[in-house]
Design a protein around this ligand. Structure first.
Ligand code: HEC
Length: 278
C-alpha cells in the first residue's frame, strides 16, 4: 500500500518533467537572448585581468572630445572669421578641395562657382556667386563656417564633409576666385596666354564650345511618363543580354567627354563669367 503512492508520484513527476522538457525545447530561443555577453561591472575569466570592462586605448579621442574652441573646428578666433588656413596650404590640399568641391558643391554653385549649378538652373534658390564682391571679400574661414552651419537656404555639410576637407574646399574656392578674376599681370612671364576658343578648337571642339552654354528648355526634357517605358526596356535588356546593356550605355559614355568643358584658361584681364554647366 505504501508503494503505490510512490509509484503514482514518480509517474506524475516523470510526466511533468516531460512536459517541462517539451516546453523547454519549443521555447528555446536562438536569438541574442542567449548570447555570451559581459554584464557591466561583472568580472570575467576570459581576460587575464579578470575585468570585463576594457581599458581605453592609449591616446584615443572620442568624437565629442575634440576641442570645440579650436580654430580648426570653428573657423573663428575671438568670434571673428579669419583669412587663414589652420594648416599649411599645399597642392595636395587644393586638389583634395577641388575633388570635394566638385562632388558636393557643383550641383548648386557650378564648377566655376558662379552659383548657376544644375539645381539652381532648375529652380532652386539662387546659390552664392563666389565672384561677386560681397562674397569675394569674405575672409577664408567664412566659407568654412557656411559649410559647417549652412547659410540661408543652403544646408550644412558638416556631416558629409570632414573639417579637414571643408578647409580644403575653402582654399579651393579662393583658387576658383583667382581663376575667374586673374589679371594679365598674374600670368608668369614665360607662359603664353591662349583664348578659350583656341583651346577648345585644339581639343577638337567647335570654337563656340568655350562660350556660355544654355540648358535645354523644359519642353526638351522628357516627362516622367515618357521616361518610364524606356527605363523598363533597358531593364529587360539588362537581364536578357549584357551586350545590349553595354551598347545602351555606350552612347552615354561617348557623349560624356563632350560635357566637360576645357579648363578655364587665364581670362584676359576682363571679368569673365564662367560658362554654364550643361
Ligand atoms: C543644394 C544647393 C547647394 C549646395 C549643394 C551648396 N550650396 Fe552653397 N549656397 C546655396 C544657396 C541657395 C546659397 C545662398 C543662400 C542664401 O543666401 O540664402 C548658398 C550660399 C553659399 C555661400 C555664400 C554665403 C554668403 O556669405 O552669402 C557659400 C560660401 C557657399 N554657399 C558655399 C558652398 C560650398 C563650399 C558648398 C559645398 C560644400 C555648397 N555651398 C553647397 C546652395 C547650395
Amino acid at each position: 500500500m505504501r508503494i503505490r503512492p510512490i509509484h503514482s508520484v514518480s509517474r506524475w513527476a516523470l510526466a511533468s518533467v516531460g512536459v517541462l522538457l517539451l516546453a523547454g525545447t519549443s521555447g528555446c530561443r536562438q536569438d541574442m537572448q542567449n548570447q555570451p555577453k559581459f554584464v557591466p561591472q561583472r568580472g570575467t575569466t576570459f581576460f587575464p585581468s579578470g575585468r570585463s570592462v576594457r581599458p581605453e586605448v592609449l591616446h584615443a579621442v572620442a568624437r565629442n572630445q575634440m576641442d570645440a574652441n579650436e580654430y580648426f573646428s570653428t573657423g573663428l578666433i575671438d568670434n571673428k572669421e579669419q583669412e587663414k588656413l589652420p594648416f599649411p596650404l599645399t597642392m595636395t590640399v587644393l586638389l583634395r578641395g577641388q575633388e570635394r568641391y566638385n562632388i558636393y558643391c557643383t550641383p548648386c554653385h557650378s564648377r566655376v562657382g558662379n552659383g548657376k549649378g544644375m539645381i539652381v538652373e532648375r529652380g532652386y534658390k539662387p546659390a552664392g556667386n563666389f565672384h561677386e564682391t560681397r562674397i569675394l571679400e569674405k575672409p577664408l574661414s567664412h566659407y568654412f563656417w557656411v559649410m559647417t552651419h549652412g547659410y540661408g537656404s543652403m544646408p550644412d555639410y558638416a556631416a558629409q564633409i570632414t573639417s579637414q576637407d571643408r578647409w580644403a574646399i575653402a582654399a579651393y574656392i579662393r583658387a576658383l576666385q583667382l581663376s575667374q578674376n586673374a589679371p594679365l599681370k598674374d600670368v608668369p612671364a614665360n607662359v603664353s596666354v591662349q583664348k578659350l576658343s583656341e583651346i577648345s578648337e585644339q581639343a577638337g571642339y567647335a570654337p563656340s564650345f568655350a562660350e556660355a552654354w544654355t540648358i535645354p528648355q523644359q519642353t526638351d526634357v522628357p516627362s516622367a511618363g515618357e521616361m518610364k517605358p524606356e527605363a523598363s526596356t533597358s531593364k529587360s535588356a539588362q537581364s536578357t543580354s549584357k551586350s545590349a546593356e553595354s551598347s545602351s550605355k555606350n552612347p552615354e559614355a561617348k557623349a560624356a567627354p563632350a560635357k566637360t568643358a576645357p579648363a578655364a584658361a587665364v581670362s584676359q584681364g576682363k571679368k569673365s563669367q564662367g560658362k554654364k554647366q550643361p
